[in-house]
Design a protein around this ligand. Structure first.
Ligand SMILES: [Zn+2]
Length: 71
């Protein structure tokens, strides 16, 4: 399997046309490795630790429509 990059969104599984669609939001080093925040073209954010997928934030999957502050 050619796994040279993320070609599908790991959060919402939308196809992403190439790694160029990913935007590096921020990057910092930790004792466990480099933490990278990348945003996909679909709006999801993924956390990478040392190049491995650590966490996904599917912001493009319908989240963000919940009003906050009142409830
Ligand atoms: Zn996505």
């Amino acid at each position: 399997m050619d796994d040279t990059g993320i070609d599908r969104c790991p959060a919402c599984w939308s196809p992403v046309s190439g790694s160029a669609e990913w935007v590096l939001l921020s990057q910092h080093e930790t004792s466990e490795g480099d933490i990278e925040y990348c945003q996909s073209a679909c709006g999801c954010v993924v956390l990478l630790l040392g190049g491995d997928l650590l966490k996904t934030v599917p912001t493009g999957a319908g989240l963000g429509h919940r009003p906050m502050g009142r409830g």
